[in-house]
Ligand binder design. Structure first.
Ligand code: HEM
Length: 381
């Protein structure tokens, strides 16, 4: 991923400008949620949040499912990288026959390729009238070498962007929904706080992102969601190609010298369950971020990783999390956590802790096998 060309697209200022675009999506989501009210139909929040990120209408889960299938093969590709080259060389039809669940993944690739070809040929006009062209225009206009601007390379970048931004954000939102519906006191505190900046339900969508970001409890809920969601669970490896890496164990003073070209990796799962920093680490406790020592915990929250290769979409992700949480929980409650003007109540349906807690590392954390996601029933208040 070429960060220098992309960074301006994911800056705080760009994300602030994008607020109306995100809100438009959220308005559709809220309308759809309302349609589930008292129908007895089960609303799958996992599908709903994935659809929010990748624009599939009717919460179509196929691209989410395909991404999950694809992620399951990441361990193999990480250790035997040529497997990916073989897969890429196979005709799409054969890949689809071998693994039918990858159909929508291939469809995404085809659509992305067609769009990139249009951009390269100067035929893509969709961005005209908006205040900026697409990320891909920026890459093509940049000084990057031509090998970095091929259709194949840009198509892969498009896929990475969609995949990196969809499941990560969705699973953080799902996890927060689960815990808030499990813990009415936590939800009530959040709802009361949201009402301070949105006194009327008609204020939804009109409050600036900066105002929401300044809310301490909402911020603490999101941090706790990111902590227990881990971001990605795999060990993100780093290699220093030239110099040895030196680590000093602060407790013993022992020095560890890792030779150049050695791959080292660490998972956020272990860091986020370090009981010294996060006592009762399996519990969802937003209050831990609000205590006097809470600010110091920020450096141990590594869901977006840290440093030069950390998540390029971090500002967009935070923006989506704040806006989505604010508009859902201002008007939806649970049986024991409500505001007088709520539009309705969400109630967990055949969903328990094993549907959110990590049981396997499939690059992203995955819960129990066969999970159907976070499902709710939707009632009038
Ligand atoms: C809660 C939501 C998200 C989380 C927890 C998250 C987390 C991460 C993590 C841990 C990485 C790997 C960094 C590394 O290798 O050290 C990453 C990479 C990346 N993320 Fe995110 N991400 C989220 C949302 C997004 C969004 C919304 C986008 C943009 C649409 C995005 C785009 C990317 C891209 C393009 C990369 C690859 C960066 C590179 O290789 O330089 N992410 N993300």
């Amino acid at each position: 991923m070429r960060r220098s060309a992309l960074n301006p697209y994911f800056s705080m200022a760009s994300v602030t400008r994008l607020q109306p675009v995100v809100q438009e999506r959220l308005d559709v989501m809220l309308k759809r949620m309302n349609e589930f009210k008292n129908t007895g139909e089960v609303l799958n929040m996992s599908y709903m949040f994935s659809a929010l990120g990748n624009e599939t209408p009717d919460f179509d889960p196929s691209s989410r499912d395909a991404a999950l299938v694809g992620l399951n093969s990441i361990h193999i590709m990480k250790h035997i990288p040529w497997v990916y080259d073989v897969m890429k060389a196979l005709p799409d039809g054969l890949v689809q026959w071998l693994q039918p669940a990858l159909a929508s993944f291939l469809e995404l690739k085809r659509t992305a390729r067609a769009q990139i070809e249009n951009i390269i040929d100067g035929e893509n006009e969709e961005w005209r009238g908006k205040d900026h062209p697409t990320i891909f225009h920026a890459i093509l206009d940049s000084k990057l070498p031509s090998v970095e601007k091929t259709v194949e390379r840009l198509t892969e970048e498009a896929q990475v962007l969609v995949m990196a931004g969809t499941l990560t954000t969705a699973s953080t939102l799902e996890l927060m929904v689960f815990w808030l519906l499990k813990q009415p006191a936590t939800l009530q505190t959040l709802k009361n706080e949201l009402r301070t900046v949105m006194p009327s339900v008609t204020d939804i969508g009109k409050v600036s992102l900066a105002t929401l970001e300044a809310l301490p409890y909402l911020t603490a809920v999101i941090k706790e969601g990111l902590r227990l969601g881990y971001g990605v669970s795999t060990r993100l490896q780093r290699i220093d190609p030239e110099k040895p890496v030196v680590f000093t164990d602060k407790a013993t003073g022992k020095e560890w010298i890792i030779p150049p070209k050695t791959s080292v990796g660490m998972t956020s799962v272990q860091l986020h369950h370090n009981e010294e920093n996060f006592p009762d680490s399996k519990k969802f406790l937003p209050e831990r971020w609000l205590q006097a020592e809470g600010k110091k915990l920020d450096k141990y929250l590594v869901s977006f990783c840290k440093g030069s290769r950390s998540c390029v979409g971090i500002n967009l992700a935070y923006g989506e999390l704040y806006l989505t949480m604010a508009c859902i929980w201002r008007i939806w409650g649970s049986r024991d956590a409500t505001l007088s003007d709520d539009v309705g109540v969400l109630s967990l349906f055949e969903t328990d802790i094993r549907d959110v807690e990590i049981e396997a590392d499939s690059f992203i954390p995955t819960p129990q096998k066969g999970t159907k996601g976070i499902r709710v029933k939707v009632y009038k208040s």
